[in-house]
Design a binder for this molecule. Structure first.
Ligand code: 2IT
Length: 439
């Protein structure tokens, strides 16, 4: 860690992600001298390779715009590189390396054969027209296509990249490579996409929460849930939680939080999607449309009293002070759905209070797991029914929960899900690296 801090002093998100994993796997690592002999940690924290490229495109005013594109191919010990693309102005190498590093363990937890990768651009989709989004995606793929492939590296969506963007990216890949293969996941349903993939991250997260609750003889029905964000992941989580009888009383955006004591319903959930599609990145209009809702400018969802908190937006969106506020309000479960949504201080608060806390790489793994199922269907040239995919997703989330409990149960019975997820993911990847020799 000390060496990494010197080498990558300015990559704070990457250092945070590595530190969290190393701290939690320490005792297991020390029980396996063969890992140390093979320098597994030193090899694991270094990406296999990183591509950085220029993306130039012309906006609707005829102005030439330049962005930076990236793909981090982090680790392929257990399968082809797999992970999303993030389009957001904050994107830089530190963020993509943290996401790629997390993805290695998350993908291992799914039990499917997928390595870890991540990519994206500092392109800001906010306020862009559909034509501009298309031209940007095409220019991005013009560079990326030579480095990806259905058995090499399979990107998907992440923040700022949804079905529309995957469509434009896929169209350009197909034109350049002259092949129609499963090179991306999150595709449209008529051209190779998997049913349930759009819902999968949020649905899987709620299935995971159900398992956590059932273990302590509780049920999600009637629980008050605060969700942050209003994108694809928040939408899926709100949909499933509402279906199961929970009350989603808060959502949020960069502009503030919405509190709706009546909870979500089909109409409100559909409106979340509409707000997202408008590309304005504001949640305030929700309160204009629904009289039961109030908008709190500049507030986070964590200021609202709830049983269960589900961060569904960005890294470090829930800090130590937010955790204290939630705990003071009686929150007894936090399921991180965003990648690294909680700061180390927040996690420490939750664990000190002995409440249920599970990390993103376990809770949100249903998204990439269903991407894995999309790859399987593409490779077999078939498509499964929604029921079939949902059943498999259920089973995967149940297995991940089981692995967390197996590796994370403390002597006093408290389940440290963070440790459980990291150890389970690490053991699989480290063993695969050992067996494949020094490469
Ligand atoms: O963080 C994630 O796991 C994703 N953005 C989904 C990745 C994928 O390949 O489906």
């Amino acid at each position: 860690m000390a060496r990494l801090k010197v080498k990558h002093a300015d990559e704070k998100e990457y250092l945070q992600a590595v530190q969290e994993v190393l701290e939690t796997i320490e005792d297991v690592y020390n029980r396996h001298p063969e890992f140390e002999d093979s320098r597994i940690i030193e090899r694991l924290v270094e990406p296999d390779r990183i591509f950085t490229f220029k993306v130039t495109w012309v906006d609707d005013n005829g102005e030439i715009q330049t962005n930076t594109g990236y793909r981090v191919q982090f680790n392929s010990a257990i399968g082809p590189y797999k992970g999303g693309l993030r389009f957001h102005p904050s994107v830089n190498l530190s963020i993509l390396k943290f996401l790629g590093f997390e993805q290695i363990f998350k993908n291992a937890l799914t039990t499917l054969p997928m390595g870890g990768g991540k990519g994206g651009s500092d392109f800001n989709p906010k306020g862009k027209s559909d034509a501009e989004i298309m031209r940007f995606c095409q220019a991005f793929m013009l560079e990326l296509w030579r480095n990806i492939g259905p058995d090499t590296d399979v990107p998907a969506g992440d923040v700022g990249v949804g079905g529309r963007e995957i469509g434009y990216l896929f169209g350009m890949y197909k034109k350049l490579a002259r092949e129609h293969t499963g090179v991306l996941t999150g595709k449209g349903m008529t051209w190779g996409g998997s049913l349930i993939r759009p819902e999968a991250t949020g649905f899987g997260a709620v299935y995971f929460v159900q398992h956590m609750l059932h273990r302590v003889d509780r049920d999600i029905r009637g629980m008050k849930i605060a969700i942050s964000g209003f994108g694809n992941v928040a939408w899926g989580a709100a949909t499933k939680a509402t279906q199961l009888g929970a009350r989603v009383i808060a959502i949020s955006g960069p502009d503030g939080a919405i509190y709706d004591p009546e909870g979500m319903n089909d109409e409100k959930i559909a409106y979340m999607l509409e707000l997202r599609r408008s590309n304005n990145d504001v949640v305030a209009p929700f309160a204009d449309k629904f009289p039961s809702a109030t908008f709190y400018p500049g507030k986070k969802a964590w200021s609202i009293k709830c049983d269960i908190a589900m961060p569904c937006a960005y890294q470090n969106e829930l800090d130590g002070d937010d955790a204290k506020e939630l705990l003071a309000n009686g929150t007894w479960c936090c399921a991180e759905v965003s990648n690294m949504g909680c700061t180390p201080e927040a996690i420490a608060e939750f664990q000190k209070a002995r409440i249920l806390f599970a990390p993103g790489k376990a809770v949100n793994a249903g998204g990439v797991a269903t991407s894995g199922l999309e790859m399987t269907q593409n490779a077999m040239h078939i498509s499964w029914s929604a029921e079939e995919v949902d059943r498999k997703l259920h089973e995967i989330m149940s297995n991940i929960h089981h692995a967390c409990v197996q590796y994370g149960t403390q002597p006093d019975g408290y389940v440290n899900y963070l440790k459980g997820a990291n150890v389970a993911g690490f053991m699989k990847v480290a063993t695969a690296m050992l067996e494949q020799g020094v490469i």
